[in-house]
Design a binder for this molecule. Sequence first.
Ligand SMILES: Cc1cc2nc3c(=O)[nH]c(=O)nc-3n(C[C@H](O)[C@H](O)[C@H](O)COP(=O)(O)O)c2cc1C
Length: 141
Amino acid sequence: MQRIVYASRNLMEGSEEEKLQGVQQILAAARRNNTAAGVTGALIFNSGGFAQVLEGSSHELAEIFERIQCDSRHTDVLVLDHCSISERIFPDWSMGFIGTNTGDELMFGAITQDSGFDVSRLAADEILAAMQRLVLEEENL
Ligand SMILES: Cc1cc2nc3c(=O)[nH]c(=O)nc-3n(C[C@H](O)[C@H](O)[C@H](O)COP(=O)(O)O)c2cc1C
């Protein structure tokens, strides 16, 4: 199995509500496809960008990531980590979404304070740690 962590810049325009609707569409496709492919992970979104973790067998992962990279809803896809793994971090999440219950500042405050709110400047480790923490929090709600 492999894991990919990347950050990208959002290209979706419109009101906050319209952007969130766009994210919901991304999530719906992700959950459908990832479940079928045995891929798991989590997605963070703010108005500026995305950060995503994907984990699964290398063939399925490559196929899905290829599609994601071609998606015109974002750009500047920057791979922060791509490694072999023996265990998943998000075994129960076809695509966990961080941010439905918290505002932009709140959800990113913890992980972007040192990077000037630029997700692409975050290290993969920081993203993973923050995602794990936030996913646990959402599971407890
Ligand atoms: C930031 C971002 C993350 C995405 N994550 C996934 C994902 O995890 N899995 C997936 O299948 N598609 C994901 N997509 C959507 C794909 O780019 C593509 O639109 C989708 O896989 C097409 O699926 P469909 O042919 O079933 O409609 C993502 C798109 C963006 C912009």
